[in-house]
Design a protein around this ligand. Sequence first.
Ligand SMILES: Cc1cc2nc3c(=O)[nH]c(=O)nc-3n(C[C@H](O)[C@H](O)[C@H](O)COP(=O)(O)OP(=O)(O)OC[C@H]3O[C@@H](n4cnc5c(N)ncnc54)[C@H](O)[C@@H]3O)c2cc1C
Length: 547
Amino acid sequence: VHRELTMREIPRRDLLKLASLAALSSCCPEPVPPCTAGEWRNAIGSLHIKPGMLSAPSSAKELIALIQAAEKLNKRVRMTGSGHSFSDVALSDDYMFLPTGLSQPLPLRIVPDRLKPQFAADRTLVRVPSGATISAINSALDQHEPNLGLENLGGYDAQTIAGVMMTATHGSGLAYGPIAAQVVAFQIVAAGGRMYQIERTNGISRAEAFPDNKGKLEENPEIEFELVQNDDWFNAAAVSMGCMGVVYSVVVKTVPKFWLREVRRRTSWSSLSANDGYLSKLMRREKLTDKESDPEHVEIYINPYPSKIDGKDDHYCLVCERYRLSEPPNPTKENQKRGRVGEGQFFADPKLKELAEKALVDLLNNKSKNGVRDLLNAMLWILEDEDYTNVSYRVFNIGDINRFRMLGIEMAFPLAETIKATELLFKTAKAQRDLERYHSCPVTLRFVKESSFHVAMQHGRPTTMMEIGALLHARDSHELLENYEKVFIDKITGARPHWGLDLSILKSEQKVKDLYPEWPRWKTVYEKLNASGVFNGRLTERLGISR
Ligand SMILES: Cc1cc2nc3c(=O)[nH]c(=O)nc-3n(C[C@H](O)[C@H](O)[C@H](O)COP(=O)(O)OP(=O)(O)OC[C@H]3O[C@@H](n4cnc5c(N)ncnc54)[C@H](O)[C@@H]3O)c2cc1C
């Protein structure tokens, strides 16, 4: 993935910004990290913003000082992760904090005496700084004694742990919620610079170890935080798109290291969606295979354009199944190789990737209708594989496609609506194709357990997530994706856009309220943690909920 955060020098003539920075420094009781004015871009460069200030706080003390100073100056603050969202969730016109200062050391310290007895010796609880990337956490867990892993992951690993929590980022598998469901506690700096440690009502900490609910920060006893063990707070703040404060650290419940065997086979939409077909069984939660255990993780890739299969109009699809293994397999030539081109490192060289991306854009922009259909069928063919086995995090990561500057949206549907939503996809793809707007890759379906987080896309129902991608520079990619978001929200009851893989489509509080029954509970916690309005940003403006 093309990742670039540019921080240009402050232009000397930009007196306004300099004045604001000077005021900020004089207002901070503690030395603050270097602040700069400049431009921030998201990972693929689809969003640009010039906030009043960019800074990378590197300790809780600095973070608190910066938030308090911003409040005094009536400025707004937003923490970004690695910039892998396409919506405005990470944007603030005032101050933006970068995650790089809060990414080490990894892992952070846990004080066993503060934990309930059943957790005191639990080596699978791991505390990490909020700016650590999933990739860095995977490596640290792999080297940890004992070796550990994250229970489930999305298709990529460059995002930060706080970034994935905040937008309910997910992988696939109906036994697994969004990644935030692996979090058991987190420390967050809210309005007033107050730090809270938020856990579920029956959380991991021993309340008696926190007199008056107060605790001292593990890294710096000068800093005090309040322990809040409350399901409502947890369900609201863990998925809150940066609107309730800046997460400082996160405790994750990990699992012993495991391996995954991945099987990908091509099939057709008519067989998947038939009454006794794979997808119909999956929707009814019936046994999928005749093997002793079904795969824990299933993803389905679909060509939205029809092909003739067995003489009938149909769609090529690919079913990707992943089986968990507790022991590493014997490496063989077959199980080491993924798909027909290898393990997702084909485009690791940036030059090669750039050339390929340009060729693909040219191809898409000049292709005949059938050419694009054939290109997508070829991609499914390339992905097909009887056995790829590796350590879990290598298999969860879908590889090369993440390297391209691909704009994406993802919609969440009630599981029961999967076939209806996919048939609407086919209809819409046809209409968009008539306007010469093309998909750049197959569409993916993933399946996620229902979630208790108030505004997670998976809230309250087992969910099908449908991801649609288009190369950033392909013709009308934005229009294509925006059209899909509109059609799905309009035509499928309960269709919710992913908070990060979205083009900022929800434009009022009422729209969010209609989609999320627990919105009023989320809002109550939001009003407390963002009491001063310091965490307002582009998102809260768009929804009309700025304080
Ligand atoms: C190549 C690629 C692959 C992807 N794969 C998947 C996938 O498999 N599954 C899926 O569900 N999504 C996926 N996404 C979407 C992505 O996971 C989310 O948009 C995620 O939120 C991005 O995390 P980030 O660290 O880049 O955070 P950003 O995009 O920078 O920020 C996301 C949100 O987190 C907030 N935030 C970040 N850090 C903090 C903090 N410390 N405290 C408080 N708030 C904070 C920001 O304010 C913002 O609201 C993918 C995106 C890309 C570009």
